[in-house]
Design a protein around this ligand. Sequence first.
Ligand SMILES: Nc1ncnc2c1ncn2[C@@H]1O[C@H](COP(=O)(O)OP(=O)(O)OP(=O)(O)O)[C@@H](O)[C@H]1O
Ligand SMILES: [Mg+2]
Length: 374
Amino acid sequence: MATIELVGVSKIFERSGGRRVEAVKKLDLQICNREFVVLLGPSGCGKTTTLRLIAGLEEVTTGEIRIGGRVMNGTPAKDRDIAMVFQNYALYPHMTAYENMAFGLRLRGVNRSEIDRRVRDAAGILGITDILDRKPGTLSGGQCQRVAVGRAIVRQPKAFLFDEPLSNLDAKLRAQMRTELLKLHQRLQATMVYVTHDQVEAMTMGERIAVMHNGELQQYGTPIEIYRRPENVFVAGFIGTPGMNFLHGSLRCEGGRIYFQAADVDSFRISMSNFNGASRWMGRDLLLGMRAEDISPLGIGKAPNENTFLATVEFVETLGAESMVYMNIGEVTLVSRSREELDRREVGHRVHFEVNPERLYLFDPESSKRIYPE
Ligand SMILES: Nc1ncnc2c1ncn2[C@@H]1O[C@H](COP(=O)(O)OP(=O)(O)OP(=O)(O)O)[C@@H](O)[C@H]1O
Ligand SMILES: [Mg+2]
């Protein structure tokens, strides 16, 4: 098994007409032996390109790729000892599941009994022993996906790369396959890199998540680090369901206390007294970040205070265990997610909401970096 390191890796594609696309920009990424790392980001941010660079299906423009400590630039894909599982499975339609799994080993000249042992082992792990003699056309999406994973397992590679392997499956099967892939990871103790644009999938599967945007790494950390301490506005907005709420405004000092004052709404003033480094940012344009679950309707009988604000309720979605309340503050819509029930009759009315003062964020809109919590 293996560590995977990317050092200053860039990939530029030359398109027809001389246009250049920098799909991956100066990417530094260290993936530990046996780690499960998720590459997460919106469409076109360079996730697939990064995987293909690791696999050797593309050559880097600059930088270095090391696998197990060895520089792999220039080493062809077949000699990198890495297996990649694609979104579209890429199974051979005229071969049975068994033959699909065995094919790569045959090409490598592995003997028949060893191939049979490996294919049956992998099929056992994946629960597809009874479909080995069927062709992909007769299998469900989930079964095809398992065969595709099986084809990777039989190679006994140093590392596995998965490119959105579950996106063709329905929600239920996807959740089930997620758990199965995690079990597989535990069982095989292999290094795995998993690409998705689904942040829930990333949060539930990744030991660490690398968030990418426009070919650049935005943040690399555990799910909880990324959720609790997003480095910048992009990560804060991309992670979480829904993403973080943002509001423009600035810091003010009154009576020795520090407040965040919304730019266009006089009535929105929230205490920021925990911000020790506030003096540097006084009066400058800033973005306040609040997660939906850290805003809730003010409980009955509680008095408005320096952690509350007034907003006009726009609509309420009741989800059972909790409800989502969309509200307007001037031109801005914020969303709250809380267990407090809010009557639909409140729609159109001004209601007090309370923020969790321990969970506020500030970002510098110029650099987009988080400045608070420090
Ligand atoms: N072979 C290629 N030639 C030219 N441009 C390419 C090539 N492959 C990818 N690109 C461009 O590089 C950028 C990154 O593409 P990539 O496929 O890595 O994104 P992605 O994050 O995997 O997106 P998605 O979530 O849609 O799969 C895109 O702008 C894409 O158009
Ligand atoms: Mg892709």
